[in-house]
Design a protein around this ligand. Sequence first.
Ligand code: CTP
Length: 399
Amino acid sequence: MKLLQGKRVLLCVTGGIALYKAVGLASSLRKLGVELKVAMTPAATKLVSPVTFSSVSGASVYVDEFSVHSGWIPHTELSRWADVLVVAPATANTVAKIAMGVADNLVTLIAMAFQKEAKVIVPTMNVRMYSNPVVEENLERLKARGWTVVEPVEGSLACGEVGKGRYPDNEIIVDAIAASLLPKKFRGKKVLVTAGPTREHIDPVRFISNRSSGKMGYALAKAARWYGSDVVLVSGPTHLPAPWGVKLIRVETANQMYEETMKHFKGSHIVLMAAAVADYAVGEPVSKKIKKGPERLVLELQRTVDILEEMGNQKDSQVLVGFSAETHDLEENAREKLRKKRLDAIVANDVSRPDVGFESDENEVVILTEDGVLTIEKMPKIDLALAILDFLARRFDFD
Ligand code: CTP
């Protein structure tokens, strides 16, 4: 992800039992090319040594607010240095202190002095502590002051209890960090995204599908969320985790995708149809497994509904964006779909190339509108998704 390269991230860690997982976060951030520094509370150093953080991430680690050298005052210098402040994991104690303006150790002093907008906090604790109204109130206070709160997840906790309080996947925290650095140019916009393949059943154990991994659609859903919009993602079967902050609706068939997307279509400002919807389905899937028979088996397929075309017929003010997977005559075929489905833009890519497109983490596309063509060179799908949204914001005046 290009967005995080060279960004200055100050990771503040506190004494929650999930702290060892934040070592992985430090390591991931380093791999993403961020400039990282780490600050620890005294309690955190009892659980994980500063040496561990420094070794895995190459970051300088700070613990003592009194370690002033030649006028270099840790909390003022570090808070000035950072582009983004991340507190992960944050104990109930640190959440309360930051919410109430207590500054009694290096981490809380930094939080007090930090003035930029990008600040992320990840509360993790026992489920009974997390559901205590005082924690809820403190988190609301932080949200009101512009903190991005990444909620803990449900599951078994270190204390043996089960409930909400677990440290989320580091990938989710990285997403929240990226989001905190972006302008909210799509604030107030509702964005509907489709992703992945569909599966058309032949019998209970067999289906027809395609090679779409869903990566491009999930990247678009993430990017739209990072730019501040409300995102509904209708996804065919994929192996991808639910993107942070996105409402995910999982479907299997083209027909189910049609039903779910149409529920959200009218209320959407932007529709990004990245799914590889099957054009044909078995007319009558059978309820029992088909047994092996003679040499030939003929399946009769019927056309599925063209969801995008239907949207094109029904649209009023929505910006409707199609995706076009082509193996030949890319621009010509895409322009024909743009016209036929009454789209505002179409994003076309060459799926015959092995280095981009289906299953790949990178893509190269051409965006066509009524009055122009824009080529976006090969790049990671998340960066491409941001570039596509930048284009739409400019072209359709969302900026
Ligand atoms: N699409 C759709 N419903 C379908 C088929 C396609 O909504 N039943 C949408 C896709 O999500 C994509 C666009 O239409 O945004 C173009 O899909 P593509 O498969 O490239 O084109 P088709 O219209 O199916 O035409 P062809 O397969 O002949 O290229």
